[in-house]
Ligand binder design. Structure first.
Ligand SMILES: [Zn+2]
Length: 436
């Protein structure tokens, strides 16, 4: 796989960049191939997208179809206007294998073909950790130890302003969307604030797949209406990657099961690629829909990083990136959009989102006169996870402390004086006593 990726990079140097996220437990590289008209940089206003395959090492179809998909995009850049436009306006990151150690374990396992279809050899990483149960979970109190691969992907999610992604698996045929669990950990529907968007994302994948959306059980025992399911409604998973993305970043992710058999014979791979080609492309195109724009300072015209872009009546704001650029996936409709950042007056606008190309709306915020010191202090406190303390309170407390200290000092001086006085009297008495 490493060689194939290196060949792609060599053949298409102007639109690719192969970069390592780091090493697995057994020192295999977690490679990402970036496809963009300006590889290596975040272009202000352009959304970032990712596909991750082979998170469970024995679920191998995703790894292969992502390699095909990379080739399809790269070839399309020169002969397909739609793909060219997509690459010119999106930064695409593809990681064909998140668990290369598990893949090697599965590949070298000599189980029967049935065992390889349904088995678990190679599913976890080299230390036996199931990576899709290993992410910090919104409903779990305890902090868990993250596997090396989980840690690398988590930092990647925290670092890059991803807008949308999918995580590909095997063992069923369905597009699964957040949430994956509930506070009570029961296997029942667990709705996120963006349920409508997630359903539309999952449907885009399933309806463009020739088999996934058919309401006939493609895989034994599984039957999903339109080929989609809410994660927790299927079965409860805690520590899953898709929920981590949604809860902790701006990235909307779903989990797609692309084959009933986890490790099918190599002669079937071409068919799997053909079945998933349109779904992979149409899903990726969704990153250009919804709402996008910039949040800027009205006076300086500079982008504002970390502004909150909220949809009134929906509790999941996204935050603007370094240059003030933001993206908010939305299904068609009319929305009240409220933008807010400390130190500025909030601003609300009404926006109409249509099918296809994202609506574009910029916000120019006016500073509200809050003093810079106050803001900096507040930001430091927020970073430390504490509530900001107003500067007036700090000054007040300091004054009270100084006065208390002065009073205490005065008291000490008085006591010392009194003590010294007693001493002197005693000395005098002694002197008198000692006289004959
Ligand atoms: Zn899986």
């Amino acid at each position: 796989m490493t060689n194939i990726l290196k060949v792609f990079e060599k053949k298409y140097p102007s639109i690719t960049r192969l970069y390592p996220l780091g090493q697995s437990v057994q020192n295999r590289t977690l490679w990402v191939l970036e496809i963009s008209d300006n590889p290596g940089t975040h272009e202000p206003g352009e959304p970032e997208f990712k596909y991750i395959g082979n998170m469970h090492g024995n679920e191998v179809v995703s790894r292969e179809i992502l390699l095909h998909f990379i080739e399809y995009l790269l070839e399309g850049y020169n002969n397909d206007a739609e793909i060219r436009k997509l690459i010119n306006n999106t930064r695409i990151h593809i990681m064909p294998s998140m668990n290369p150690d598990g893949y090697e374990a599965a590949k070298t396992d000599d189980g029967s073909s049935i065992e390889r279809c349904t088995g678990v050899v190679g599913r976890p990483n080299a230390k036996g950790v199931d990576l899709n149960r290993n992410f910090p979970d919104q409903f779990e109190g305890e902090e868990k130890k993250l596997a090396k691969e989980t840690q690398l992907v988590k930092e990647w999610i925290d670092r890059v302003p991803f807008v949308m992604s999918a995580n590909l698996h095997g063992g069923s045929l369905v597009a699964n969307y957040p949430y994956d669990n509930r506070p009570d950990q029961r296997s029942l529907y667990s709705e996120s604030p963006d349920d409508d968007i997630f359903r539309a994302m999952a449907l885009t994948y399933s309806l463009n797949h020739p088999k996934m959306h058919l309401n006939t059980p493609a895989c034994q025992g599984d039957n999903f209406k339109d080929g989609i399911t809410n994660g927790a409604a299927w079965y409860s998973v805690s520590g899953g990657m898709q929920d981590y993305n949604y809860v902790n970043s701006n990235c909307f992710e779903i989990t797609v099961e692309v084959s009933c058999c986890k490790f099918p014979g190599a002669n079937t791979l071409q068919t799997f690629w053909q079945e998933n080609k349109k779904s992979l492309l149409e899903y990726l195109k969704l990153v250009q829909t919804g709402l996008k724009g910039f949040v800027k300072d009205k006076v300086s015209n500079k982008g504002i990083e970390g502004a909150e872009i909220g949809i009134v009546g929906r509790s999941h704001p996204v935050r603007s990136a370094k240059d003030g650029d933001y993206w908010r996936l939305l299904v068609p409709g009319t929305y009240h959009v409220k933008v807010h950042k400390r130190g500025y007056f909030p601003e609300t606008k009404i926006v109409k989102v249509r099918d296809g190309q994202a609506a574009s709306m910029d916000f120019f915020l006016r500073q509200n006169g809050e003093k810079r010191d106050d803001l900096q202090l507040a930001e430091v406190k927020e970073k430390n996870g504490k509530k900001p303390v107003p500067i007036s309170l700090v000054i007040g407390l300091t004054v009270v402390c100084v006065i208390s200290l002065m009073l205490a000092l005065a008291l000490v001086i008085m006591i010392v004086k009194k003590y010294r006085g007693d001493g002197n009297i005693k000395t005098e008495y002694s002197a008198i006593d000692s006289e004959p």
